[in-house]
Design a protein. Structure first.
Lengths: 396, 396
């Protein structure tokens, strides 16, 4: 794997790059489409390729539970099993440490501000995770039994899955964890990172892909000293690329700070991935702060819920369920080149959504994912001109 | 609209034909894919066209309730609204008279033998239909209010929807209706058919398609005298084509008889549609008895439930959920040319089904619908050779 920075924008950390993998090139900044269980929800691999998507991210935790990493390896790894032959990332299960653990107890997402106006956490359930120095013990969502994920086991699973970029087990903390706990979790993540690196070296040759790269994950919550320490520590371990993990704090300001502190301590010639962020405004901000890739389930989930992404709508979202579209013959967006906009009216898409037709989910997802590709095309075009991609510039 | 019989098979009623509509030709015998609300479930119109499907059938009852026939007309009728530009049929709502009425009370389908071994009916609910000479009053499944469907109103709705072949309101009886009731229902269906013909003439020019044909529906349950009377009566009214409606009785033998009695009384140069039958064995039998077209939701519904159609599996069905396919790298069927079999293994399809991934539904439906197209290709090839399409011959 090789990463080239092709162009930088003065006065910011933004850069244009090229990430080369054994399964294809990724022009950065790039949106990494989420395919948790090996498929982008409602799409086929041909659909994804036709939309111009260059890279997908699957989830080790989910695939290890079903169908099992060995089963995926037997079918040629993710590239053979899923039909998507281009570059793959795999997340480690670290996010599930959070989403099934503190995220449930604290009732929050990766950024606490998704519940604006709430001063504290909103509990939504009991933790399904037990954390020890050894690893994370999960309640399986498939059969309810306990599953132990150690840093070494996660590397073994990711070797079997065979993604091009793999991530070590980490602990994604909650925005409501205090500095003391966040530091303990961060230090454990560092130790897990070292163990993952050793396991990665010791498993050379295992699995279907001999060209994998293991990137390090920076943690530390929204605490400046922790984020800087984490970035320096992880960078010192020699990972060829980095991911910024959550918590990202309680506000957009916090997210900006987390990115600035982390990037300041990371080597400039290595790629940087921002985990789980995909709102348009957030991506534009993250590009400015030097992020190269982003993954997020939001664009595809929004599609399934009726929120279609357009450059012209307020907040980039058109709610297709709105009664105003009942007999609207126009496509979702006039100048969109996606297959859905080439043939279908807002009226028909609204009809399919309201009728609960399965066809809706694919047509809507096709549009939103093509929007993300077009968005990143515009972002890169701006960067190539030496300018930052602002909301205003991209809506033109 | 024009129908040509191209070739007959001696010793049977089987024939090869061509049904020409203003929106394209249909090579018969043909499977008419079900698109109740304007879309084949889980597919797009492009998908359907790519599979070689030549004609779709939508449902007047469902579309009239949502989004409304006027809304569809405003978007150019079914051809404009749905993206499927080829030939359309519309069913009248007559099947809903049955499925929401006697079908619920009697707990049966169109052929009672779908509950083998049961001597009598199995009640599953109260009727949501009130039948009078005027028409059928339905409880709307959308908002719970009462909706009156008269023969005249159904024609008006079908004019607005603009399908190429439209069907009049009829009463589909239950296999557990006695001869006295079945005769009353049949006679009412005949009177409704005459009213529909008058309404069809009086609405010339209404709606987006000036080339519609109204076909008559033969009723009469599994009673010989009734079926023959119904076929003769409906034929005498001058319809340019015919549909055989249910009930088709309580056994395969009953179905064969119903078809034989009906066809014996119908003019040979007019097309004949069999409503709601689509099991492979039933289609082969119906071809032998002179049917030209068939519609049925089974192939697409089976796909969604994990039953994938193949020429080699017993009963033509492979259950993809079977544990034997967990790491099976083969396509559903080795020599299938469908997009799903070109790229995906049984193992991956099983994984998608078990994971509840939306992607599964489309990939499975694509395969089953392509199977139906290939099946009808084989049927027509046999007929062209002057031979009947038997199960044995088609599995070769």
């Amino acid at each position: 794997m090789e990463f080239q920075v092709l162009h930088r924008v003065a006065g910011s950390e933004a850069r244009l790059g090229l990430l080369r993998t054994a399964h294809g090139d990724i022009r950065t900044p790039a949106f990494v489409a989420v395919a948790t269980r090996g498929t982008v929800k409602a799409l086929s691999a041909e659909d994804v390729a036709a939309l111009g998507v260059e890279v997908l991210i699957a989830n080790t935790y989910h695939l290890a539970l079903r169908p099992g990493a060995e089963a995926v390896a037997a079918l040629g790894g993710l590239h053979g099993f899923t039909g998507w032959k281009g570059p793959w990332f795999t997340d480690s299960g670290g996010f599930q440490v959070f989403s099934l653990g503190a995220g449930k107890v604290h009732g929050v997402g990766k950024i606490a501000s998704i519940f604006p106006g709430e001063a504290s956490a909103r509990p939504v359930g009991e933790s399904l995770v037990e954390l020890t120095e050894q690893g994370a013990k999960f309640r399986s969502i498939v059969d309810g039994g306990w599953v132990l994920f150690t840093p070494e086991e996660v590397i073994r699973l990711e070797r079997l899955l065979g993604a091009d970029v793999i991530l070590p087990l980490d602990e994604c903390t909650s925005p409501f964890h205090d500095e003391v706990y966040t530091r303990q979790a961060m230090e454990r993540t560092h130790r897990w990172g070292e163990r993952a690196l050793r396991a990665f070296e010791q498993t050379q040759g295992l699995g279907p892909n001999s060209h994998q790269a293991l990137w390090g994950i920076v943690q530390g919550g929204a605490y400046e000293e922790l984020r800087r320490t984490s970035a320096r520590t992880i960078a010192s371990l020699g990972f060829p690329g980095f991911a910024i993990g959550g918590s990202l704090g309680k506000s957009k300001e916090d997210v900006r700070n987390v990115l600035a502190w982390s990037v300041a301590e990371l080597p400039t010639h290595r790629p940087r991935h921002l985990l789980g962020i995909g709102a348009v405004e957030d991506i534009l901000m993250a590009v400015q702060y030097g992020m190269d890739t982003f993954d997020c389930a939001a664009p595809t989930r929004l599609a399934r819920n009726g929120a279609l992404l357009t450059f012209s709508a307020e907040g980039f979202k058109l709610n297709i369920d709105n009664a105003a579209y009942r007999t609207d013959p126009r496509p979702i967006e006039e100048d969109c080149d996606c297959p859905t906009c080439q043939r279908y009216s807002r009226a028909f898409l609204r009809h399919l959504l309201r009728s609960g037709e399965l066809s809706y989910f694919r047509l809507a997802t096709v549009h939103n994912l093509r929007f993300m590709v077009r968005l990143m095309d515009r972002v890169r075009a701006r960067l190539a001109q030496g300018r930052l991609p602002t909301v205003q510039a991209l809506q033109g």
